[in-house]
Design a protein. Structure first.
Length: 124
């Protein structure tokens, strides 16, 4: 039996602002945006080419907005990905080199912290 992690909740304070950031700045695809009942809104967003998505909304979690850190998205080229984000107005770190990869760090409008990772070597 496969066990696939496909959805991670990201707590935000303003769903529309967060949705705009993820779709316009990061170019995530907006898969779902529903409000099945009062006090509940579910928005599912997927990074380009990713089998996993994030969920933002209201009434989904008790986590504090901005409390997530360490979410990673793997990219083929950290320099190119950084340049794209800078062009779209995202505040990002310089590319940082580690023995296990090259990274670019940024935060969403609530302070949830992300990393773009270019894997430079795979474990054998």
């Amino acid at each position: 039996m496969d066990w696939r992690l496909e959805l991670v909740q990201v707590p935000v304070s303003d769903v529309d602002r967060a949705k705009a950031f993820y779709t316009e700045k990061l170019r995530f695809n907006a898969d779902v945006d529903v409000s099945p009942q009062e006090g509940l809104r579910f928005v599912q967003l997927t990074p380009p080419g990713s089998p996993a998505s994030i969920a933002i909304g209201t009434g989904l979690t008790q986590m504090e907005p901005g409390s997530i850190e360490g979410l990673q998205v793997v990219v083929a080229d950290a320099d190119a990905a950084r340049a794209e984000l800078v062009e779209r107005g995202v505040e990002v770190s310089e590319v940082q080199e580690f023995p296990w990869g090259r990274f670019v760090f940024f935060s969403d409008p609530d302070g949830n912290r992300w990393a773009l990772q270019q894997i430079t070597q795979r474990a054998s």
